[in-house]
Design a protein around this ligand. Structure first.
Ligand code: FPP
Length: 246
């Protein structure tokens, strides 16, 4: 076992839910004179690493920002490369994810995916159902603001049909309409490539999340980088807006 993993286990406060903004694939490729899609392909290796690391560290939920609603505005060639990578990932990794006890969920506007990618993605969700070691949320065609608007729309429809009273619209009621309904909020958000932004990711859920930014570009991210982020998290004093406990 690596020294950092040992230290994480000794500390004991394992983040239950870790979310990741996987950034820097394009720059990684650019530094090597490669096309952007080569960076996304290399990013698949890092996805494998972070999943294995999460299972080893005993994290319960890992949420990866794989494709944002805004990413639909990228050039068609890059979008189709990303869709191709998602399809290859879904087909190639299924058996390995089952072996590790990983249950995959896909959150986002999945109906915007082309038929082939969508059925590959649905295949990995069905094929990994029942995995008990790690819940992996792949956020695909996801936007935090859109998610909140969608929840507001669903609640408004319930009010209109008479099944919900406006006074019953609480934080819990809204949370219940998010893609992440029923899941605890992330304890830790990791963003790679040094950018200091949230980029429309899990805007509701990140209210009290600890943020760890690393300069490492996503394709270079290793399980040791995940462990370093968890160790950083374990040094934080989480107060949730309250005063420190005496
Ligand atoms: C951001 O880098 C990354 C993305 C838009 C896509 C993330 C996708 C992967 C890591 C591919 C594999 C994913 C799965 C779930 C199999 P960027 O292109 O914005 O990089 P840049 O900021 O350097 O241009």
């Amino acid at each position: 076992m690596s020294a950092s993993l040992e230290e994480i286990r000794l500390h004991g406060a394992i983040p239950r839910h870790v979310a990741v903004i996987m950034d820097g694939n394009g720059r990684w490729a650019g530094e090597r004179g490669l096309p952007r899609h080569a960076g996304h392909r290399a990013g698949m290796r890092a996805v494998r690493e972070v999943i294995e690391g999460a299972v080893e560290a005993g994290i319960d939920i890992l949420t990866l920002f794989a494709f944002s609603t805004e990413n639909w505005q990228r050039p068609p060639s890059e979008i189709s490369a990303l869709m191709g990578i998602l399809k290859i990932y879904a087909e190639k990794e299924r058996r390995d994810l089952v072996r590790q006890g990983v249950e995959v969920h896909v959150l986002g506007e999945v109906d915007r995916l082309d038929g082939v990618t969508r059925s590959a993605v649905e295949g990995i969700v069905q094929g990994t159902a029942g995995g008990e070691n790690l819940r992996l949320n792949l956020m695909i065609s996801y936007s935090g603001r859109e998610e909140i608007v969608r929840a507001a729309r669903r609640l408004s429809e319930a009010v209109r049909s008479g099944s919900v009273d406006p006074e019953d619209i609480t934080e819990a009621a809204l949370e219940n309409e998010l893609f992440t309904a029923g899941l605890p909020d992330p304890d830790l958000l990791i963003r790679t490539s040094g950018e200091l932004r949230v980029s429309n990711f899990m805007l509701w859920q990140l209210a009290y999340t600890e943020i760890h930014i690393t300069k490492v570009l996503w394709p270079d991210f290793s399980r040791e980088d995940l462990f370093a982020a968890v160790l950083d998290y374990q040094r934080r004093d989480r107060r949730f807006g309250r005063v420190p406990a005496s």
